[in-house]
Design a protein around this ligand. Sequence first.
Ligand code: GSH
Length: 251
Amino acid sequence: GIFARVAVHRANTQGQVAHHPSHMTSPPTLLYFAFRGRALACRVALFNSLGKDGWKDERVSLPRFKKTPKPPQNPDRVDAEYVTNNLPQLNLPCGTKVSQSHAIARYAARMEPNEAPAHYLPDLYPSDAKGALLVDEAVAVVDQILLLTPKDEDAAVRAKNRDVFQQSGFLRVGMELLEGRLRQSGGPYLLGAQLTIADLYVRAPLCDLFDLKQFEGVDDDFLDQFPRVRACGTAVLEHPLLRAYHEHYKS
Ligand SMILES: N[C@@H](CCC(=O)N[C@@H](CS)C(=O)NCC(=O)O)C(=O)O
C-alpha cells in the first residue's frame, strides 16, 4: 500500500520506533465520530497493519461536522474537507481524501506492515478468492440493511414499514443469510476461526444497532432470533486483536 511503501522505521529520541518520518506532513488520518458505528472495521484494520502510531484516529465532534459548509453541488468535491459529506473518510499522506468505509477497511487490511506489530493478522481481509467473496457478501449485506432501513418522516408510516422490514424485508433476509453463513462455517466468525473485516461489520454497526437500542421499530428480542450473529458480535470483542486495540482505544 501507499503508506507501507513510504514508511520507514527509525528510532526517535526516546528510542521508540517511529512509523513515519517526522518531515512527513501527517500519517494516514481516519475521520469519524466518537463511536464505533461504520468506523470499527477501518480503525481495527488500520491498527492491525500500522499499530498505534502509524495512523491518526481523528474523532470529529458532531458540532464541528455540522458547521462545516457542505454545498449541495461542488465540482471541487475531491478537495472538500469532507468529500462526500459523510464519514468515515481517510486522508492519505499524499493529500488524497477517500470515502466509503468498506473501501478504507479493505485497503487498510491489505497494507503490509514493514515490521508486523505483535497483534498483526495477515488475513484480516482474506487473500483467497472464496474467502474474500464471502467477506464482501457479508459486508454488503450489513450495508444494505442500513441503507434499506425505512426512514419515513411520518412516525406511523415509519413504524409500519419497519415492521415489514423485520418480518419479511431485507432485515429478515440479511440476518437469516448471515445466521446461515455462520452455521456453515461453524463460527464463531464468518470464516470459522479466522477473524475478518466482515465480523467487524457484524459487531458494528450491525449488533450495536440492537445492543444500543438504536433500532427503533424493531422488536427488542429481534437479535435473539439470530444467536450465531449475536455470538459472532460477542466473539469479535474477545479476539486478541480487539483486546490489543482496546488497550489504546475506548471504542
Ligand atoms: N457508504 C458510506 C456511508 C457513510 C455514512 O452514511 N456515514 C454517516 C455516519 S455512519 C454520516 O456521515 N452521516 C452524516 C450525516 O448524515 O450528516 C460508508 O460506508 O462509509
